[in-house]
Every structure is written in C-alpha cells, then in structure tokens.
Design a protein around this ligand. Structure first.
Ligand code: 5GP
Length: 206
C-alpha cells in the first residue's frame, strides 16, 4: 500500500560525473557546491602523484599501491578502477554515512567505476560529461599544462574508448560553459528526486 508520506522521502542522491580527464569535472563540482553547499564531494583515493597545487585530503587521498590493495581487500573501497597505470577508488565509509544522513553526494569516476557504483547502488544517477569536440578537449588538456604530450595522447585515446560506452549512462551533458552545465545537472537532480521508482528501490548494497 502506497502512503502519501512516502513522497516526503528525502533520501540523498549519489550523482556520478564521468567524462574524460580535462573535461572540467572538478570545475563543475565546484560550481555545483558553490550554489548548493549541501552537495558533498566524495574525495577519492589514488596512487598517482599529486599535481602541482593538489593537497592531500582535498583533491585526493594520496596513497601507495600496497595500502590501496590492502583497503580493497578489507572491503573499505566501494568501487575502484585503474587509469593510466594508477589506482583510483571511492572510500566506502563516507558514502555510507552520507546515505544515512540523506545528503546528496557528487562523485567523479571513470566509466568502469560509474557502472560498478550503479550496479551496487541502483538509485545513483550516472552522467556522462563531454567537451563539444575532441579538439576542444585537447585544447583544455594543453591549457592545463600538467601532462606531457604523450600523456595527453594517452588520455585522448582513453576518452575515445570511453565515449563508446555512453549508451550505458543515464544522461549526456556537454560542458561548454560551466554555469550552463551546472544548471543542467541541477535540473537532472531535481527531476530524479521526484522519480517514482526511486521511492521504492532499495539503497546501496555496500
Ligand atoms: P585525474 O588523474 O585526472 O585526477 O583522474 C583520472 C581519472 O580518474 C578521471 O577520469 C577521474 O574521473 C577518475 N577518478 C577519480 N577518482 C576516482 C575514483 O574514486 N574511482 C574511479 N573509478 N575513478 C576515479
């Protein structure tokens, strides 16, 4: 029996942004959080080296391969993937807490990571972000100036491969102007919160 009270369900949403390195996911996350600080950004763990200006615990939790593997063995990592030879993963505990506290969480994951998370948490929304063209993406990576030419080519090749799996995602958003992209994502989140199936689907199996 459905009750009117069920419509008041305010459970937090897991909002996953996936898209090529350099497409501007961090700027989108910053714009969304600036507008609505209730969005929590899940800080991932990685074994890659920090880039200039990246601080431990803010950009990422930087760690070693041994430690990362130990955490995955212990089940402390909700999903993980390897990208350009390094591990990237989502620590389970903060996500678990956020779900309990009905907080909306933004995650920035690879294609494999997004699909793995969706499998474990069917209510999560997975959004694919692209630049308007591959050239626009190359320009952004060059402008960032943090990768060698070889690394940029490797990231563009990965991006091409990932785009081939966009059909598995819930939404496709093109990031040209950050404010417009953030506004599109806010509209998606608003609509998803009223989706009927969401009121009847179980939360994550963590
Ligand atoms: P970058 O080295 O440019 O910061 O990130 C490389 C890639 O790793 C990006 O595509 C980013 O979305 C992805 N990534 C960051 N954190 C995670 C994570 O916790 N899990 C997964 N699966 N991918 C992540």
């Amino acid at each position: 029996m459905v009750t009117y009270e069920q419509s008041l369900d305010q459970r937090g949403l897991l909002v996953v942004l996936t898209g090529p390195s350099g497409v501007g996911k961090n700027s989108i996350i910053d714009a969304l959080r600036e507008e609505d600080p209730r969005f929590f950004h899940s800080v991932s763990m990685t074994t890659r080296q920090p880039r200039k200006g990246e601080h431990n615990g803010i950009a990422y939790h930087f760690t070693t391969k041994d430690r990362f593997e130990e955490l995955t063995r212990r089940g402390d990592i909700l999903e993980y993937d390897t990208y350009c030879g390094e591990y990237y993963g989502t620590p389970s505990a903060p996500i678990d807490r956020m779900i309990q506290d009905n907080i909306d969480v933004l995650l920035d994951l690879t294609v494999n990571g997004a699909l793995e998370l969706k499998r474990k948490c069917p209510n999560a929304i997975i959004i694919f972000i692209t630049a308007s063209t591959e050239e626009a993406l190359r320009d952004r990576l060059l402008a960032r100036g943090t990768e060698s030419e070889e690394a940029i080519e490797s990231r563009l090749a990965t991006a091409r491969e990932e785009l081939g799996r966009i059909n598995l995602f819930d939404y496709w958003v093109i990031n040209d102007v950050i404010a417009d992209t953030a506004s599109d994502i806010r509209a998606i989140v608003k609509a998803e919160k009223r989706r009927v199936s969401r009121f009847f689907v179980d939360e994550c199996t963590l």
